[in-house]
Design a binder for this molecule. Structure first.
Ligand code: MRU
Length: 369
């Protein structure tokens, strides 16, 4: 199932609206920066790698739009026109980045497509004429090519992560997962669900326990949907049942995704993840974080430095209920993510290999590969 793509005329980004799943499979398209911001903010597109791929395509669409405008008169041939283009694109990028602060892939992807345009400008200037312009159309084309590259690379990365992850479990194992880190949140296979889906293709039968993941129910709505469609044995549990499932001895490994991994291994992921890690430690179940190296932020020394998104209290009190489940003026605290202490993590599985403690060394090594 394709979750993100460019429209045929390249004037819009088309996404499968994840906020409507599993009841409705509906594709929607966005052309303006405001529509794009809204799609990320309202989790119509979600999951760290998917947000990155989406943002890269958004930048490509906005660049194409920018290219259809005439450069300001007097700019052309002075090298200034390209700079104006880049400045405008940077502004769009900053706006998109401000939609959700925690997943580093969003900023990473925006910066990467901008960098591709800058490199193209540099190439032209290296020819000797520092006043030469690349031209808006070519810059937009370069940004689109970079967005497509990000998307294609993600497919490869997920496959590699899935292979490494699969090496950590055996046929028949029980696996607990939190939130959704499957194909919908990435490109193909997913990260945390990747080993399960790849294993299924190879005849492995896992027994998966999916936390429903309050308050936005990504586990119930998306993880069970993806696994059930793939024919995997999946059981939905409320978040507060994970402890009992582990105590019963039904889980041999926990697989979760990540939104940002700090240099010391502290990991931000969906709210509730750190609770699962604490339980796993108590019951002696290995706790694995799976994600691409683009989710590792070496500029964040520890989890303390990761910005945590706070969301609308209505998501706790009203959303998904027929009527409000708390008085209107009751205070609510609704962080979208929490940080799992690196000491609770058995290993971090990337497309370049399995990182084990001390993470300061293993993450450094894998990001420099
Ligand atoms: O708020 P969400 O649904 O975007 O949160 C998603 C998660 O926490 C995922 O586990 C994470 O982004 C990894 S997705 C491969």
């Amino acid at each position: 199932m394709v979750n993100i793509k460019l429209s045929d005329d390249k004037k819009a980004v088309v996404i499968l609206d994840q906020s409507l799943l599993p009841n409705q499979v509906k594709y929607i398209s966005q052309e303006t920066p405001e529509e794009m911001y809204d799609a990320i903010f309202h989790l119509r597109v979600r999951g760290a790698p998917a947000i990155g791929i989406y943002a890269a395509y958004c930048m490509a669409v906005l660049a194409q739009k920018e290219a259809s405008y005439k450069p300001i008169s007097g700019c052309c041939g002075t090298g200034v026109a390209d700079e104006v283009f880049i400045e405008n694109m940077k502004r769009h990028g900053e706006y998109l980045k401000s939609s959700r602060p925690t997943a580093v892939n969003l900023a990473w992807a925006v910066d990467r497509v901008l960098m591709a345009a800058r490199v193209e400008m540099q190439k032209v200037r290296m020819t000797g004429d520092i006043r030469a312009n690349v031209g808006y159309s070519r810059l937009a084309e370069v940004m689109r090519e970079e967005a497509i590259a990000i998307h294609n690379e993600d497919i490869e990365m997920c496959k590699a992560i899935s292979e490494f992850g699969l090496s950590l479990v055996k046929d028949g194992d029980g696996i607990l997962t939190h939130c959704n880190a499957g194909p919908l949140a990435t490109s193909r296979y997913g990260t945390a669900l990747g080993p399960i889906l790849l294993g299924k293709e190879r005849g492995f039968e896992f027994k998966v326990f999916a936390d429903e993941t309050r308050p936005l129910l990504q586990g119930a709505r998306l993880t069970t949907y993806e696994l059930h469609e793939a024919g995997v044995d999946v059981t939905l549990i409320c978040d507060n049942m994970a402890s009992m499932v582990m105590k019963n001895g039904w889980v041999q490994a926990c697989f979760v995704g990540c939104d940002r991994v700090a240099a010391n291994g502290d990991t931000a992921n969906k709210i509730g993840t750190s609770g699962v890690a604490i339980l796993a430690k108590h019951y002696g179940v290995p706790f694995y974080v799976l994600g691409p190296t683009s989710t590792i932020d070496m500029d964040c020394p520890t989890g303390e430095d990761i910005p945590i998104e706070l969301r609308d209290p209505a998501e706790i009190k009203e959303k998904f209920y027929e009527q409000p489940m708390a008085l209107e003026d009751v205070k609510c605290y609704n962080p979208a993510f929490d940080v799992t202490d690196h000491e609770l993590i058995t290993a971090i599985i990337t497309e370049k290999g399995i990182c084990r403690p001390p993470f300061t060394d293993s993450l450094k090594a894998v990001t420099e590969k």
